[in-house]
Design a binder for this molecule. Structure first.
Ligand SMILES: C[S@@+](CC[C@H](N)C(=O)[O-])C[C@H]1O[C@@H](n2cnc3c(N)ncnc32)[C@H](O)[C@@H]1O
Length: 185
């Protein structure tokens, strides 16, 4: 009897392990495709990004490459009434975001989609934490689609062909700090 229970538990454990490894593998393939790994924005930087966004109830915030959704979840908690959509291409990370949503009062609409293929024209604020190359590739799309006045708040990475209206240096313990760049379109 005990032997059967142990065998079943071991089987379940192995099944979970295989599923987890498959998830990691699939999400790594997506990361390779996007060439941007999931690196979460630290809490202090998130607070600055949200403060600079000057969000008001009813506004729509997008996170392009939303990771586990932490930036927009925090934005929704800080400014009740804000709506938020997060686009995330890596399956494992997107699934993790849905899991975190389930345990939070704020539930941004997490979509497993490539943000380059989405219409961004409804956004009031756009958050990014991408890479220097993807920022340059993204600029023409933002210039074409964003409403006049829309703010883009970028963690660390800047556009080469557009000047930020503001740059805030956020000090971080142990590794100096980083810039939050504020753009207005
Ligand atoms: C550095 S992480 C930032 C995560 C989150 N925004 C944050 O600040 O914590 C960048 C994320 O963008 C995602 N990503 C990159 N290119 C993408 C694309 N074209 N469409 C959707 N997600 C993308 C990656 O999978 C990765 O999880």
């Amino acid at each position: 009897m005990i032997e059967t229970i142990v065998t079943i538990l071991l089987g379940l454990f192995l099944l979970c392990l295989v599923c987890f490894l498959a998830l990691v593998l699939i999400s790594s393939i997506f990361h390779l495709k996007h060439m941007v790994p999931f690196v979460p924005t630290p809490a202090g930087v998130i607070e600055t990004m949200i403060a600079e966004a000057d969000l008001k109830p009813g506004m729509l915030a997008l996170d392009l490459g939303a990771g586990d959704g932490r930036v927009i979840r925090r934005a929704m908690l800080r400014v009740p009434g804000v709506r938020a959509i997060g686009y995330e291409g890596a399956f494992g990370v997107w699934l993790f975001a849905k899991f975190l949503n389930a345990g939070s009062k704020a539930k941004p609409d997490m979509r497993m989609q490539d943000f380059f293929k989405q219409d961004l024209s409804n956004a009031d604020v756009v958050f990014t934490y991408l890479s220097i190359d993807i920022m340059q590739k993204l600029l023409p799309k933002l210039q074409k689609e964003l409403k006049p006045g829309t703010k883009v708040i970028s963690n660390t990475f800047s556009f080469k062909k557009k000047e930020p209206i503001k740059k805030v240096f956020v000090k971080m313990p142990f590794w100096g700090g980083t810039n939050v760049l504020v753009y207005q379109f």
